[in-house]
Design a protein around this ligand. Structure first.
Ligand SMILES: [Zn+2]
Length: 48
């Protein structure tokens, strides 16, 4: 029997093309999360 608690949502980061999994810190803005990390988010827009 498989006992996987594997029901967390995943997205693919458009910068590094890696899947990343839902994290607690994103629970309120998961829909808006596009990048796996701030680092990737900064790649997207180097100017700020
Ligand atoms: Zn990334």
């Amino acid at each position: 029997m498989a006992h996987k608690k594997d029901n967390l949502p995943e997205k693919i980061c458009p910068i590094c093309n890696r899947p990343f999994t839902w994290r607690k810190k994103w629970e309120k803005n998961w829909d808006a999360v596009k990048y796996c990390s701030k680092r990737c988010a900064n790649e997207k827009s180097p100017k700020e």
